[in-house]
Design a protein around this ligand. Structure first.
Ligand code: PBG
Length: 325
């Protein structure tokens, strides 16, 4: 007797059947929108390499938060662009710094919106590196930890719901945890950019934040793109130091890393669909080469399928709109 043909197509025949057997969901509640807030701006300033994204003045935050609420997006990731930069990045921990001010305003008017503050010095340093430099231009690890810890405390005092260090210094999660606890902020969680790769895909972000290194690159602190095992090891170290949530960044060229980290920990896992990934889709859609909606929803679903619980994306508002209809 001939073996009956196995027919996977039986379950693909109608939309209702496909919906019933779908393995991965994508909802506005899974998304986080990154926001660039610039001190001293009077109007939104479009970022040329990221169509649809602007650097925002503090006054624009209220309207932005209302829109997110309507769309069901629960969280923002705040990046600050200060008016002045210096060698130590002192604008990062100033109590009246741009991120601190933005956080206070958002939390006062929209207490239910989660404010995640990116914690790094590169937007605040005159040299564009993520820490203090030694006389040879190398980033000093341990001296930088004190500044990161100070910044974390100032962000938490301003009301940040989650602190997200993206600098990639060794030991920073432990240092930040100790500083937060020492300030009575035991309840403030840390979302560590635990597997952050040295990536070409950050180019448009560096335009937006004015944070490209003046000399050299970030290969001395961010993970080599070729190394997945090292990314898992980095992540496990951050968990030992007290990370509450972990992250893979970028997302698309690193879906295998998302999967490996998903299998290595049960902590909430975020993936950052970064500026260059956004710019590629926007450029191809603009040229008429890709269907933007279909491409974005497929991409964000794939990041979830790889194992991310939370997807940080500049497409968040568009995606939420498309998911609602
Ligand atoms: C800061 C930081 C960067 C990004 C997030 N936090 C840039 C970098 O490391 O150079 C990139 C985000 C993006 O490309 O969307 N260290």
């Amino acid at each position: 007797m001939a073996f009956p043909v196995t027919r996977p197509r039986r379950l693909r025949r109608t939309a209702a059947l496909r919906d019933l057997v779908r393995e991965t969901t994508l909802a506005p509640g899974d998304l986080v929108l990154p926001l660039f807030v610039e001190a001293g701006l009077t109007a939104a300033a479009p970022v040329a390499s990221m169509p649809g994204v602007s650097r925002l003045p503090l006054d624009a935050l209220d309207a932005e938060a209302r829109e997110l609420e309507e769309l069901g997006i629960p969280a923002v990731l705040l990046f600050g662009i200060p008016q002045a930069k210096d060698a130590s990045g002192s604008g990062a921990w100033a109590d009246d710094g741009v991120v601190q001010e933005a956080t206070r305003r958002l939390k006062a008017a929209h207490p239910e919106l989660l404010v995640i503050t990116d914690l790094c010095l590169c937007e605040y340093t005159s040299h564009g590196h993520c820490g203090l430099l030694d006389e040879h231009g190398a980033v000093r690890n341990d001296a930088t930890l004190d500044l990161l810890a100070r910044t974390a405390v100032s962000q938490a005092r301003a009301g940040a719901d989650i602190i997200a260090p993206s600098d990639m210094m060794d030991g920073r999660v432990g240092a930040i945890r100790a500083a937060l606890d020492g300030d009575g902020r035991e309840e403030t969680p840390i979302l560590s950019y635990s597997a952050k790769f040295a990536s070409a895909f950050y180019g448009p972000f560096r335009d937006a934040a004015g944070s490209a290194p003046a000399a050299g690159d970030r290969r001395g602190y961010q993970v080599d793109a070729a190394n997945a095992r090292e990314a898992v090891r980095e992540t496990l170290l951050d968990i030992e130091e007290g990370a509450d949530m972990v992250m893979v960044k970028p997302a698309l060229a690193y879906l295998d890393v998302i999967r490996r980290i998903r299998e290595a920990t049960d902590l909430p896992l975020a993936a950052y669909n970064v500026s260059g990934e956004y710019a590629m889709v926007k450029a191809a859609a603009h040229a008429g080469w890709l269907d933007e909606q279909a491409t974005v929803l497929e991409t964000l679903t794939a990041i979830r399928r790889a194992g991310a619980d939370i997807v940080i994306s500049y497409h968040a508002k568009d995606a939420a709109r498309w998911l609602q209809t």
